[in-house]
Ligand binder design. Structure first.
Ligand code: AMP
Ligand code: MG
Length: 438
């Protein structure tokens, strides 16, 4: 089923978080098709490996080599031909004829009754298929070792050529949100550059008459604009191009002009403030002229009001691409929660990532938490360990939507799902860790 942002189902007073996520994913998918964003060779960028962190791989990375490139030893020990083993208790002696080091292979032959002292990673001689680790021998000196026949099976501790990865097979699939291990993996294959999706251009702005720039003195009733800074931090984690459109006053023509300017240059516009009851009508009026945007009341806390949709192509826009729009609530915690729940995955999806869901885990609540069924709650908490070693989680005090300190002290969200009720001490709850996420 497809939704349009103004679909009545999305405008109810209690839109389920899962429904909102689904509607967003469907609209992003349409935008991808319309704007030909994925599998489009013209859009791919080639970047050096050390610039590729948190970018999205644009095509499968095929291995140009077998890994490992040749058979080698998995252990420090002695290599020999395992045909001599008969699985009995009998002790046999093997003569040590030389040593092979990683990067310094042994050139000679190993005959029956002989073995080669071998280091981890050293090339396995053709005549050998088995390595007995040093500690499993019953006796050893420089010229001879002794071992029980049943202490090892033929073929053990030998890494086979192509065992990890075969030449021509994909090492990393297109759509990977590249992590440090992926860069190491590419390097281990001798690959110095990667084809990635272009950086999304994401414009951010804060709206509100009460907002004050950093560096200015606070006048009565004004507050510092913190949302642009938390949003910048969140976006930087995704290695995007950020276009900071600053603070915009609650004035229709100023807001309209700012939206048009952002739509000219950005793939995505994220605003905060101006979508709550009382202000929404004002923003709605502007959005009607500029795009196809729905105003949602989501059954969640914090983060109830949110606008979402697309901005039309505007005159002067450098490409014909529509701009994805998120109108986040103004409350600083609600901004971060709605970003985590809706924006992050939409940005990754829009940029071709194949894995957009943040991982969840569980911990034991160390306190009772009040929760009404019928909305999803994101409480800020600290994950730790109980005296029995099990994971425990404790809320960071007062959980008001404007209390940023509750986020700053926390290291995870406790996610209380739509149908869940009160939590008792000792109950298991779902949590999402901030690290690497927020
Ligand atoms: P609004 O959604 O515009 O009604 O804002 C809801 C609350 O969030 C109000 O208390 C605003 O003052 C506050 N707020 C809005 N924008 C920001 C911002 N950029 N930084 C900090 N607080 C904000
Ligand atoms: Mg406002």
């Amino acid at each position: 089923m497809k939704y349009s942002p103004n679909d009545p189902i999305l405008l109810t007073s209690s839109l389920h978080v899962a429904e909102a996520r689904k509607a967003i994913a469907e609209l992003v998918d349409e935008l991808i098709q319309e704007n030909r964003l994925i599998n489009n060779a013209d859009r791919m960028e080639t970047v050096a490996l050390n610039q590729a962190i948190n970018r999205i791989l644009a095509e499968d990375l095929l291995s140009p080599i077998d890994v490992p490139a040749s058979d080698n030893s998995a252990m420090d020990g002695y290599a020999f031909n395992g045909t001599c083993l008969d699985n009995s208790e009998t002790i046999i002696a093997l003569k040590v004829v030389g040593t092979a080091y990683a990067g310094k292979p042994y050139a000679g032959k190993i005959s029956a009754g002989e073995c080669l002292k071998i280091m981890t990673g050293a090339l396995m001689p053709d005549d050998c298929d088995t390595v007995i680790p040093q500690e499993l021998t019953v006796y050893q000196n420089d010229s001879q070792i002794e071992l029980k026949q049943n202490s090892i099976k033929p073929g053990e501790n030998r890494r086979l050529r192509g065992e990890d990865l075969q030449k021509g097979k994909p090492a990393i699939l297109a759509g990977r949100y590249l992590r440090p291990s992926d860069l190491g993996l590419a390097a281990s294959l001798g690959i110095a550059t990667l084809k990635v999706q272009p950086k999304l251009k994401v414009a951010i702005l804060s709206s509100g008459d009460e907002l004050c720039q950093l560096g200015e003195e606070l006048s009565t009733g004004s507050i510092y604009d913190s949302n642009r800074y938390s949003l910048t931090g969140l976006l930087n984690r995704l290695n995007l191009e950020i276009i900071d459109c600053g603070i915009v006053r609650d004035d229709p023509s100023a807001l309209k002009a700012a939206f048009i300017d952002a739509a000219k240059v950005a793939d995505v516009l994220i605003s905060s403030g101006g979508v709550s009851v009382g202000e929404a009508d004002f923003t709605k009026q502007i959005m009607q002229e500029l795009g196809d945007v729905g105003f949602w009341k989501i059954a969640m806390r914090p983060g109830r009001p949110m606008a979402f949709g697309t901005l039309k192509t505007v005159p002067g826009q450098t490409s014909k691409h529509k701009t994805l729009f998120f109108g986040l609530p103004g409350n600083p915690v609600a901004v971060m929660v709605t970003f985590y729940q809706f924006v992050r995955s939409a940005l990754l999806q829009l940029n071709g990532a194949n894995q957009t869901e943040p991982p969840l885990t569980q911990a034991i609540s160390s306190e009772s938490i009040r929760k009404k069924p019928g909305r999803t709650e994101f409480q800020r908490a600290i994950l730790g360990r109980g005296t029995d070693g099990r994971p425990t989680v404790k809320l960071t005090g007062s959980q008001g939507a404007g209390i940023l300190r509750s986020m700053s002290q926390a290291n995870c969200f406790v996610i209380l799902h739509h149908d869940q009720g009160n939590i008792a001490p000792g109950d298991w709850v779902d949590i999402a860790l901030f690290d690497g996420l927020l």
